[in-house]
Design a protein around this ligand. Structure first.
Ligand SMILES: Cc1cc2nc3c(=O)[nH]c(=O)nc-3n(C[C@H](O)[C@H](O)[C@H](O)COP(=O)(O)OP(=O)(O)OC[C@H]3O[C@@H](n4cnc5c(N)ncnc54)[C@H](O)[C@@H]3O)c2cc1C
Length: 381
């Protein structure tokens, strides 16, 4: 039997981050989340904790790769602010791909990313292809010294505040996953248009569409091998999916803690709410589901750290924990009565922010396809 304990270093790290979360994130979460402004001040503060460099080379300001630590960071930060907590996951996903880029690209982009001075988006989804990502139609046409890109990407997180974007585009005439490459495209250049889209949550993350009209990309900005970009991004999603499960659970933890506290203070029919099993049983049920979901996410991250197969575990961590978290937040809202619905309290905001992760990074149905395919293969006909 393995141990379920975190190492002393991980516990110390979590305690220090929890302090930052409670002092610097939680008090202003509701105000920040109602705005479409990206909170650069908080993002740079976050960078000072070193979190944005986990898994990145030390020469660029990073620290050793530790998927469990990154999960801990995400879960702990989400207790205070779901949107600020998205940054380390995003950086893990982007940074690990940039490590397959040229030295020039790494030197230009990794230090400011790790310092919190810029963000970089990732653009796979298009108006005509989301779950079926290999149906993307953006084309990269070879020209002397590089390629020109033409196409449109939609529903892109960070589209409005990113300095550059990892764009997936295909060789002319290629089909499905074959011939798809990944390019790092600076967004502040002629031919690129970014348009904001309003979502029900995650407002500060600058969700939007990116349109590329014959945008030149130099050879130096190809990330990974030409034509193999699709396979590469799927491998990196195996990490981000488990971290996103923990992000949702961190937010739900905050709402459930607040509901348990409120149930002991609020009087109804002459007694505290916590005297009624109609209130405490739902609390106990959410607590149970959250504990199980959390263990699943950390198992996925641990498997990644150990180099064990974890694609199926990552997909389990992406479809179930966000659902468990959403239900727990809804339960906490109901225990708060009218205050749970109030825009002055964080529960409705967390609910809307967490809903994003039932779709982003692959919907629940797509995760179940991955898990089922793994199961069917393992069992055989
Ligand atoms: C908040 C947010 C942030 C996002 N950020 C990014 C980003 O940064 N970069 C990026 O590239 N994309 C991003 N996306 C897009 C996201 O990845 C897609 O929305 C998602 O993959 C689903 O694609 P779709 O919206 O086109 O839905 P569709 O693929 O059209 O699916 C519609 C519905 O049908 C279901 N469905 C589809 N195919 C099947 C099937 N074979 N079996 C069963 N059910 C199926 C889906 O699960 C879904 O319920 C983001 C989305 C959201 C909501």
């Amino acid at each position: 039997m393995i141990s379920f304990a975190f190492t002393p270093e991980q516990e110390d790290f979590r305690a220090a981050l929890a302090d930052f979360t409670r002092k610097s994130l939680l008090p202003e979460y509701v105000r920040r989340s109602a705005s479409t402004e990206f909170p650069w001040d908080v993002h740079r503060e976050l960078a000072k904790t070193g979190i944005l460099g986990i898994g990145m080379p030390e020469e660029f300001g990073g620290t050793p790769d530790d998927p469990v630590m990154l999960g801990l960071a995400t879960e702990t930060l989400a207790y205070g602010d779901v949107n600020v907590a998205a940054a380390p996951v995003n950086l893990g996903l982007i940074g690990s791909q940039l490590l397959h880029g040229t030295r020039e690209v790494q030197e230009e982009y990794l230090p400011p990313l790790i310092n919190g001075d810029i963000t970089v988006a990732i653009a796979l989804t298009e108006p005509g292809s989301g779950s079926d990502a290999s149906g993307l139609r953006t084309v990269a046409t070879p020209v002397p010294g590089g390629w020109t890109l033409r196409g449109e990407k939609t529903a892109i997180t960070w589209a409005m505040n990113a300095e550059a974007c990892l764009v997936y585009a295909r060789d002319p005439g290629s089909e499905r996953s074959k011939g798809v490459s990944c390019f790092l495209v600076p967004l502040r250049q002629p031919g690129v248009t970014a348009s904001h889209s309003m979502g029900m949550g995650c407002l500060p993350l600058g969700w939007g569409s990116l349109h590329f009209d014959e945008v030149f990309v130099p050879e130096t900005h190809l990330i990974g091998e030409q034509g193999l970009g699709f396979r590469s991004v799927m491998n990196h999603f195996d990490f981000s999916r488990a971290a996103l499960g923990l992000l949702c659970l961190g937010a739900a933890r905050a709402s459930l803690d607040e509901a348990a506290r409120y149930a002991q203070q609020r009087q109804s029919f002459g007694r505290p709410l916590s005297d009624y099993q109609g209130v405490t049983f739902p609390l106990a049920e959410h607590e149970t589901y959250m504990e199980a979901a959390r263990t699943l996410c950390y198992k996925a991250l641990w498997a990644r750290q150990e180099g064990l197969p974890h694609t199926s575990l990552a997909s389990m961590s992406k479809w179930w924990p966000p659902l468990v978290a959403k239900d727990a937040i809804e339960g906490a809202m109901r225990i708060h009565g009218n205050l749970g619905y109030s825009a002055e309290f964080p529960h409705q905001q967390r609910f809307r922010d967490v809903m994003a992760y039932l779709v982003a990074d692959g919907t629940s149905e797509i995760q179940k396809r991955i898990i089922a395919a793994d199961l069917l293969k393992r069992v055989g006909a």
